[in-house]
Design a protein around this ligand. Structure first.
Ligand code: A3P
Length: 836
């Protein structure tokens, strides 16, 4: 049968549809007009004062003998802590978010000292309503470890300390020098807030609180928006949250006061402004001769703000002179004045690296290099940027290889690692000896050409510079590489406006010293300050939609391929094999297949020897499943005490559940000793357990064995590390003794905690086996049962009570801390902690 021809009505509808689509397309992508507007002089920020005083004497009140960790106590009734958390994350320090419960109160110290170096109450009310006993415990902690407390009064919600009052924040603020806190903030210069119609709390008539940020309001009231009270402990109260820039500025200085320069950084801020897409872009959006002159002039002018400032220009030679006559002349002018700038390769035809192999990339790069050489561009930076970040992260190996071979690239930058959002969590890494630094966005993209056509309106952009996200970025990042585009320096020259305003604003209100340094030196300084960022931590790129779009052409993310969402992390000898076997009985669970080359059950990936094999290797161990409610389980029993595993898992699977099994650490130590003995470890085989574990020795093999027996059993220390990266709600702690003696009960509880459908009753599948002395699995065929192998549930002589007592003393104080820890985070303590 011939296909039927569409009816007239259908054609009419189709025509209307196409017209509508065209209108929508044109609306969202307006063509760039051929008519060039003259550069529109948008007024730059004018500093209302002429003072350029440098910071006075700055003091710090730094914690001693504490972990480098911040406790953020949230208001259970609001999400006010999220803005604070967002700012704290710039510091790259672990932040624990907790809600206060009356009992057991705050858990501030363990036997190693203070657990936190700073305590922040998202709502002053939470602090205020602490019981007298908890307040005094907080005061004791704060004074003995020199730990500061910060709290925020939430506008219109918080009862202030006696004498406090609310005021409309229209008036003047001023930082006061004598507290020693203002460092970045310029003190003694009035900040007029009349433009900011926001209400805020002010603290008035409070003799015991010293103003840090003083307020004089239009209604005649006066007080402080930030104030310090030194007695009975160091407490800074904020009278407004962090959406007001002077408060943000004060917050940065208060953090320095309590945490010092090692955490908060110096007053130096390194600024690099990349201009990507040189020669690239739509006709009408390109530089003309006058723009090039302004660029040279701007570079010169900005040296007044940024020491030794140089623009870094990323070029794609293939597009040279492709615009209008005016724009062609602009390109030629750029080349004429090439020596005024430093240049870096962007890619010959703005190619997306992910789409090409090494041979092609090498070809493109060589073409671009030839262009650079024949036009005498200064390409000495050993720096490169990939168009649209393609191939940098997620990593496209051929890009790195070609970069190294053709350009000897040592440094690059991206805004994609580990994720684009939130910017406060962007980090650096090193791959194939190329340092990849975090890149910051400044609100300008290839399509932002005119003041009148800013996507969210110009006022929003100005706000972001004058106290908003761009200002915050420089305030908290010591190293900023900004991404701009050639287009932003043409037409209305929005970039010139943006950074001129930013520099003026920063100079007006801060003591920051802006500097430029070559990218290689920038990277050196960056990693000197943040050495732990050198090693790349894999993310699960398939879970980030931006990253999925940037995968190498030969890589795909299957809809049905899943990576683990539940990890059994150990510790070893607590019943982890039994747990894995039991869990896999459930129809909605799966796990990795045996690791090839060695036929091991445990992937040993995170923090382990297989990590360098990469994510694709890890991913290949797991089967496909279309059931999104399923548990994909991975068990590697030494993740628990591996110092790198928790961080690496959190990067890869931030929402995962972490299952830990606890047994009496004395039994665990003895079980490991028996394991070593059975494996012929001479340190165990030739000694009694008492000698090997407790006898005097300097034999390295014995000391190593001892460390494997004891170290994982100091449970609380390891649990703390897991909670540096996961919330308590993600941690599932199982009682190993119960798992051994009543596994059906433990497994039924576990599967319901993991929300595993459908209901599955373990009582029908687990049977106690007299011969094995442990529970075994009832197979589908009756009369058949499957027990764990001979290496699990070994037969060995029981521990003597003398040895048990002696080993008990090794773990005594750690167990005490563990009990407090478990109670505090509302985990059921296992019985070995409760029986004396
Ligand atoms: P022992 O062999 O010292 O008795 P892991 O799998 O984490 O290495 O733990 C091994 C331990 O699991 C064994 O140590 C044993 O006590 C415990 N276990 C719990 N349930 C078991 C079971 N059903 N079969 C064998 N061992 C079990």
């Amino acid at each position: 049968m011939l296909p039927r021809r569409p009816s007239n009505c259908f054609r009419l509808l189709a025509g209307a549809g196409i017209t509508w689509l065209l209108i929508v397309f044109l609306k969202s992508n307006p063509p760039i007009p051929r008519v060039r507007y003259g550069a529109h002089p948008f007024p730059l920020f004018q500093c209302p004062h002429s003072s350029n005083s440098s910071p006075g004497a700055v003091s710090t009140f730094r914690s001693v003998n504490t972990q480098q960790r911040i406790l953020l106590i949230r208001d259970p009734a609001s999400t006010s802590h999220t803005l604070i958390l967002d700012h704290l994350e710039f510091l790259k320090v672990s932040v624990w978010v907790e809600a206060i419960r009356e009992d057991p109160g705050l858990l501030l110290e363990d036997r190693n000292g203070g657990r936190f170096s700073l305590i922040v109450f998202a709502n002053f009310r939470t602090f205020d309503s602490l019981s007298a006993a908890h307040k005094s415990a907080l005061a004791n902690y704060s004074t003995s470890y020199r730990v500061g407390v910060i709290s925020f009064a939430q506008p219109a919600k918080t009862p202030l300390p006696k004498g406090g009052s609310e005021a409309d924040c229209r008036g003047r603020l001023q930082f006061v020098a004598h507290t020693g806190i203002p460092r970045i903030a310029r003190s003694r210069v009035p900040i007029d807030l009349s433009g900011l119609a926001r209400s805020a709390w002010s603290l008035t008539s409070l003799p015991e609180w010293t103003p840090v940020l003083e307020a004089a309001f239009n209604d005649g009231s006066a007080g402080a928006v930030i104030a310090l009270r030194k007695e009975p402990f160091q407490h800074v109260l904020f009278g407004h949250n962090l959406d007001l820039w002077p408060v943000k500025l004060g917050f940065a200085d208060v953090l320095h006061y309590f945490l010092g320069s090692e955490v908060v950084g110096s007053l130096e801020r390194f600024i690099q402004i990349d201009i990507d897409d040189i020669f690239v872009g739509q006709v009408g959006a390109l530089l003309v001769e006058r723009d090039v002159d302004v660029l040279v002039q701007t570079q010169r002018e900005w040296r007044d703000y940024v020491e030794d400032f140089h623009f870094t220009l990323g070029f794609s030679g293939s597009f040279f002179r492709h615009g209008t006559d005016e724009e062609k002349a602009g390109d030629s002018k750029l080349i004429e004045r090439a020596k005024e700038f430093l240049w870096f390769p962007h890619m010959w035809r703005h190619n997306h690296a992910q789409e090409y192999d090494e041979t092609n990339l090498t070809l493109f790069m060589n073409q671009n290099k030839e262009f650079a050489m024949s036009n005498n561009l200064n390409i000495s930076l050993d720096y490169a940027v990939a168009p649209q970040h393609s191939g940098v992260y997620p990593i496209h190996e051929p890009l790195y290889a070609a970069w190294r071979n053709v350009w000897n690239v040592e440094v690059s930058s991206t805004e994609e690692y580990p994720h684009f959002s939130p910017p406060s969590r962007r980090r650096a890494f090193v791959h194939r000896n190329i340092s990849v630094l975090p890149r910051q966005t400044c609100g300008l993209y290839t399509h932002t050409l005119y003041f009148h056509a800013m996507p969210d309106g110009m006022q929003k952009h100005v706000d972001s510079i004058q106290g908003g996200s761009l200002f915050t970025s420089v305030l908290f990042n010591q190293f900023s590489i900004f991404m701009t585009h050639q287009q932003n320096f043409a037409n209305d020259r929005l970039s010139v406006f943006t950074f001129s305003t930013l520099f003026r604003f920063l100079r007006c209100w801060t003591n920051l010293r802006l500097k430029w340094t070559p990218p290689v030196d920038l990277a050196r300084r960056y990693f000197e300050r943040f050495p732990s960022e050198r090693s790349l931590l894999h993310t699960d790129v398939c879970k980030d939609r931006r990253h999925v779009r940037m995968l190498s052409v030969n890589e795909t993310c299957s809809d049905v391929k899943r990576t683990p969402n539940v990890f059994g992390v150990g510790p070893q000898k607590t019943g982890t094999t039994a747990l894995r076997e039991y869990l896999l009985l459930h129809p909605n669970t799966s796990s990795n297949r045996m690791v090839p080359d060695g036929f091991f059950e445990e992937p040993q990936f995170f923090g382990g020897p297989n990590y360098q094999r990469g994510v694709n290797w890890y991913r290949s161990l797991f089967n496909e499943t279309s059931d999104s409610s399923a548990v994909v389980f991975e068990k590697t029993a030494n993740y628990f005490d591996n110092p790198h595993a928790a961080k690496a898992i959190a990067q890869f699977a931030p929402d995962a559940k972490i299952v830990v099994i606890l047994i009496d650490p004395v039994d665990r130590a003895y079980s490991w000793f028996q394991h070593a003995k059975a494996h012929g470890d001479p340190a165990a085989a030739n000694r009694t357990a008492k000698d090997a574990l407790l006898g005097p020795t300097d034999d390295r093999a014995v000391l190593k064995l001892r460390s494997r027996c004891f170290s994982p059993g100091f449970y609380v220390e390891h649990l703390e590390r897991w909670l540096d990266h996961f919330s308590p709600a993600q941690l599932v702690i199982l009682n190993g003794k119960e798992l051994r003696e009543n596994p059906a009960h433990v497994m039924n509880e576990l599967t319901s905690k993991l929300a595993l459908p459908p209901a599955f009753d373990y009582r029908n599948r687990l049977l106690y086996d007299e011969r094995k002395g442990f529970f075994c699995i009832r197979a589908e065929i009756p009369a058949k049962r499957r027990c764990l192998g001979s290496g699990k549930g070994r037969k060995y002589e029981p521990m003597t009570s003398e040895l048990r007592r002696a080993l008990g003393r090794v773990f005594e104080s750690a167990n005490r801390d563990l009990l407090r820890f478990l109670q505090h985070y509302q985990f059921q303590p296992p019985s070995f902690l409760l029986t004396p």
